[in-house]
Design a protein around this ligand. Sequence first.
Ligand SMILES: Cc1ncc(COP(=O)(O)O)c(C=O)c1O
Length: 396
Amino acid sequence: MPMFDFERVVERRGTDSLKWDGMNERFGPVPGDALPMWVADMDFLSPPCVVKAIRERAEQGVFGYVQTPAATFGAVKDWMGSIHGWEVDPGWITSSTGVMPAVGVAIRAFTRHGDGVIIQPPVYPPFFRIIEDNDRAIIENPLLLEDGVFRMDFESLEVKLSDPRNRILLLCSPHNPVGRVWTKEELELVGRLCLDTGTLLLSDEIHADIVFKPFRHIPAASFDPSLAENIITCVSPSKTFNIPGLQTAYTIISNPELRDGFQASLRATAIGSHNNFGLVAGDAAYREGAPWRDSMLEYIMGNRDFALSFFKKEMPWVAVSPPEGTYLLWLDFNECRETEEAVNKRLINKGKVVLDPGSWFGKEWSGWQRLNLACPRSIMIDGLERIKTAFSDLVI
Ligand SMILES: Cc1ncc(COP(=O)(O)O)c(C=O)c1O
């Protein structure tokens, strides 16, 4: 008998869930029984320790202002130490209401209008938006796909980092949507290139805890203090424990000058304090959630392997690189030679299933779609069958 129940189907429609109730707004009219397999949140109940902590806090019944207690920073430190082997000083940690708010704060603190921020598409869509919305220039350094494995294009990266107008490299580690878990060698090279060119390395590690054996997440700032001096790391319990709606994240900066600059910019936005429920949920997750996380990883690995065999057997023309981490599958539909609009139509209207269209992750990626695997297996199988139905009349 498994310790936690990931098979349970939780009714989320009608709860103002972005994933379940927000499809019409994002995708136009969508059939009422469409199955959402887009946006990165899980359909699992959060860990019992998290639900218990929130319930106890709610029952106390007073919801005044809160301060982030020292114990919270201790919980982050302990998690980084025990899960990722990273020795973090609690004094390096700043809390915020999310990773993307922290990324925006860092961009405003360390670049000026018109400066370049480098990203590596295909990549999490808000990376484009946050740069653009802050009037900075998006500098794209696309990933390379070599023998089915995505890699960073270091040659071109070096050229872009050497341009003094480009002030930040925004790294996604592990990488959403391709599921790469960057190796120490890759991270060392990135860190070194950034340091040598005077470009700040802003490392978004929100998916750090969702990595499949034998791969291991290595925090970019964890293995060489001289590289760490030039790194801002963003982490959060939100993806791991399915609490993204509680707006809780942490930024870890060992360099005091960078930290002061970041905190001054954060103060200017007044988004630096936590919601009380986010705080208690994050603390409970980091302190007591490790067994739940282990079980969740096993379950998602099972989903991943099931989905990979499904595509191989039922839709062999869809190319998939097995993800090393994240609960996302990056699917290559190019072989069907249809436009993204036509593929979306098939999926939504014929298959009644909603994925994230590839062009959201970069203009060049319109032949791809992103699939979310973090759901009970019965739902995932239903979703895979719907994808198959969407292309049932296609002759390849
Ligand atoms: C790479 C990456 N960064 C940031 C976020 C969002 O973080 P937050 O909700 O804390 O702003 C996500 C959510 O999917 C993500 O995949």
